[in-house]
Design a protein around this ligand. Structure first.
Ligand code: ATP
Ligand code: MG
Length: 395
C-alpha cells in the first residue's frame, strides 16, 4: 500500500542556521549532564560551558535545547549574542522584561533588594537609583527571590573581535562575582572553533579557558542514520534502506547537511509514503551545492590567508596529503607547516591520517577549495577512518 496518496507530507527536516532539529543527534551524555543540573542544582563543572566547533555543527541548536529544558524546569533564561552592547541590553532590557513576567509574590520579595521600582499593580517601573547598577547584584537578587531556582545565560556568536572581547569579559566577571555570591547560574558560550582558539590566546579570557569545553563536529554514521530515519518517521514517511545509506553518505554526518539532504530527498516526491533511492539521488547534487554556498563558503571566509594556502596545498591531492609535500608546495619551513597543521586540526577542518599525513575532515571543503583556486587533484590512496565506508558520492 505504498503508492502515492493525495496527501502532501510536510517536511520535518530543518535546514537553516539556528533551526532546531526535530531529532537532535549526538551529545547525549552532555545533554543529560547539563539538563540534570536544572533539576538538581548540583552544578559540578557545569557553571560555565563553552560550545565550540564547526560552522553548522549545531551549537545554536544546542543552546535552544538547553534554553527550553531550563525554562521547562522553572529557570529564568537570558539568551544573547556576544555583539556590541551586551551588558546594556541585558541590564536595560532583558532583565526588566524578565522581571515583568514574574509573579507578584516574587516581585514583592525583589523589592527587598532595592534594585528595581514597581508600580501599584506590581508592574516594573524602573531601576532604583543605584550608584552604578551592576549585573552581579541583579543576578544575585533574581536567584535569591526565587528560592535559588537557577538562571541560564547563553551567549552565542562569541568571536575574536576586540571591542566585543572587552565587553564579554566584563560580563563574565560580573557573572562570576554573582556565582561567588551564591547565585545559581549556568552560563553557556558558543562560537566557531577557529575564532575561539584565537580568542583564548588573548588577555581577559580566563573565563573561557576555565569553562567546560564541548566540541561540536560531525555526527557518527550511526547517529546520522538515526537522525534521518527518526526525523522522517516523525514526519509520517519511511526512508527505504538504500536511500537511507545514500543520504548518510551524502551528509557525511555534518548536521546542516544532514538536514539539507533529508529535506531535498523529502521534497522530491512529497505525496509518496516512502522516500526512495531516486529521491536520495536528487538530494545528492542539490544538497551538496546548497551546503557549499550556505556553509562551506562561510567556513572559507573564516580562514586566514595562511590557512587557505595550506588547504589549497592539500587540495592538490585526492584523499590524504603528505605534510612534507605541503611544505614543499608552500615553500615554507617544517615549523611553519606544523603550526598551521595543528591549528587546522584543532579547528576540525583537517585530521591526521597516519604518520606524516593529513586529510580534510570537513566534508566537501576540499571540493570547494578546488573550485575557488581552480585545481584538479592527483589521485592518492585513501586510508580508512570511521567514515571510510561511506565515501562522499561524486557529483
Ligand atoms: N545535533 C543535531 N542533529 C541533527 N541536526 C542538527 C543538529 N544540530 C544542528 N542541526 C541542524 O544543523 C543546522 C545548523 O545548526 P546550527 O545553526 O545550530 O549550527 P551552528 O553550529 O550554530 O552554526 P554556526 O557556527 O554557523 O552558528 C540546522 O539546520 C539544524 O537543524
Ligand atoms: Mg550558530
Amino acid at each position: 500500500m505504498d503508492e502515492a496518496t493525495d496527501e502532501q507530507y510536510t517536511s520535518p527536516f530543518s535546514p537553516g542556521y539556528g533551526k532546531q532539529p526535530l531529532v537532535f543527534g549526538g551529545h547525549e551524555r552532555e545533554i543529560v549532564e547539563l539538563t540534570d543540573v536544572f533539576d538538581s542544582l548540583d552544578f559540578g563543572e557545569n557553571h560555565s560551558v563553552l560550545l565550540s566547533g564547526l560552522r553548522g555543527a549545531g551549537k545554536t541548536s544546542m543552546l535552544s535545547l538547553l534554553q527550553n529544558a531550563a525554562a521547562d524546569r522553572g529557570w529564568l533564561v537570558i539568551s544573547e549574542d556576544a555583539s556590541r552592547g551586551l551588558m546594556k541590553r541585558v541590564m536595560n532590557s532583558t532583565i526588566p522584561t524578565l522581571i515583568g513576567g514574574l509573579e507578584s509574590s516574587t516581585k514583592a520579595r525583589l523589592t527587598g533588594f532595592n534594585l528595581w521600582k514597581f508600580g501599584a499593580n506590581w508592574e516594573y517601573e524602573d531601576r532604583a537609583r543605584e550608584a552604578v547598577p551592576q549585573l552581579r547584584n541583579d543576578l544575585v537578587a533574581l536567584s535569591a527571590a526565587r528560592d535559588g531556582r537557577g538562571i541560564l545565560i547563553t551567549i552565542d556568536e562569541v568571536s575574536s573581535g576586540k571591542v566585543r572581547l572587552r565587553e564579554l569579559s566584563e560580563f563574565a566577571v560580573q557573572v562570576s562575582h554573582a556565582l561567588n555570591d551564591g547565585a545559581n547560574i549556568m552560563i553557556v558560550f558558543a562560537g566557531i572553533k577557529v575564532d575561539i582558539d584565537e580568542l583564548i590566546k588573548q588577555e581577559h579570557t580566563t573565563f573561557l579557558r576555565r569553562s567546560r569545553d564541548l566540541d561540536f563536529r560531525r555526527l557518527s554514521p550511526s547517529e546520522t542514520r538515526r537522525v534521518l530515519a527518526e526525523t522522517s518517521e516523525l514526519g509520517g514517511r519511511r526512508i527505504e534502506p538504500a536511500a537511507l545509506e545514500l543520504l548518510v553518505s551524502i551528509s557525511q554526518g555534518y548536521p546542516y547537511l544532514v538536514q539539507l539532504a533529508g529535506d531535498y530527498a523529502w521534497r522530491n516526491n512529497q505525496t509518496a509514503r516512502i522516500i526512495t533511492l531516486p529521491d536520495a539521488k536528487v538530494a545528492l547534487d542539490r544538497a551538496i551545492r546548497a551546503v557549499q554556498s550556505r556553509v562551506i563558503s562561510k567556513v572559507y571566509l573564516d580562514l586566514s590567508d595562511q590557512d587557505r594556502e595550506f588547504l589549497a596545498a592539500m587540495a592538490v591531492d585526492e584523499g590524504r596529503t603528505r605534510t612534507a609535500d605541503i611544505r614543499d608546495r608552500m615553500q615554507v619551513s617544517d615549523q611553519y607547516v606544523q603550526i598551521y597543521r595543528r591549528r587546522l586540526i584543532d579547528s576540525g577542518y583537517v585530521q591526521p591520517d597516519g604518520h606524516g599525513y593529513v586529510r580534510f575532515s570537513l566534508p566537501y571543503l576540499d571540493r570547494y577549495i578546488r573550485t575557488v583556486v581552480g585545481i584538479t587533484p592527483d589521485p592518492e590512496d585513501d586510508v580508512p577512518d570511521e567514515w571510510a565506508h561511506y565515501p562522499a558520492p561524486e557529483l
